[in-house]
Design a protein around this ligand. Structure first.
Ligand code: G3P
Length: 217
């Protein structure tokens, strides 16, 4: 499973990238707003750092303007994936931009039918939002499994990019289901290293190291 990092914070991307944990980056208008940076400037900086796909989202709601914005965003770098919302206009923009050979990430997906439409429209990535379904008491992971089954039934090449990931459990379950990509906030990716028994075991080792005076260097 590829790891995308869901942030527009340059330092956080750099830290994870140094460890080989970043196969791509996803941003959205809320993350750009949180960074306080200009969208074109911060997106360019991210593309300079990361060689994998970097999703940058359009802000228009109509297909014609989304297409224009998508073309402008792809001028930033070759690894830009234009992010469009899963609306009828978004699907139209997806079809046009993907026909031009641009990567398109269709976002705000909350149903298997929406994912089916995005694949038919040539999406490179479909972004089902797990956490926001969980928020309304619908199991977001079930949606990932449903889309996996449907795409596999028909050999759709659209990659499932599991999004709105809030917990480390979301990460491991997505990997078990077979999501192609999971995009998560830096804190979730870092938390995957944590285990209470690792901490407990290490504390025991440290005690014995001190008691026996073990040194290596
Ligand atoms: O990848 C989409 C993500 O940014 C949304 O996450 O936690 O706001 O639902 P969240």
């Amino acid at each position: 499973m590829k790891f995308f990092v869901d942030t527009a914070e340059i330092d956080a991307i750099a830290e994870l990238n140094a460890l080989g944990m970043v196969d791509g980056v996803t941003t959205n208008p809320s993350l750009i707003a949180k960074s306080g940076r200009d969208i074109m400037e911060v997106t360019r900086e991210i593309c300079d750092m990361v060689s994998g796909p970097v999703s940058a989202e359009v802000v228009a709601l109509d297909a014609e303007t989304m297409i224009k914005e998508g073309r402008k965003l792809t001028e930033i770098a070759e690894n830009i994936a234009v992010k469009v919302p899963l609306t009828w206009d978004g699907l139209q923009a997806c079809k046009t931009l993907s026909d031009e050979g641009k990567m398109v990430n269709v976002t705000l997906c909350f149903s298997a039918n929406q994912a089916l439409l995005a694949a038919k429209a040539g999406a490179t990535f479909i972004s089902p939002f797990i956490g926001r379904l969980d928020d309304i008491n619908i199991d977001g992971l079930d949606l990932i499994a449903d889309i996996r089954e449907i795409y596999d039934n028909y050999g759709f090449e659209t990659e499932i990019l599991a999004a709105s990931i809030r917990t480390v459990n979301h990460m491991s379950e997505c990997a078990k289901i077979g999501a192609d990509v999971a995009t998560a906030p830096p804190a979730v990716i870092k938390s995957m290293a944590n285990h209470v028994l690792t901490d407990k075991g290490l504390a025991g080792f440290v005690k014995d190291i001190e008691k026996a005076g073990i040194t290596i260097l």
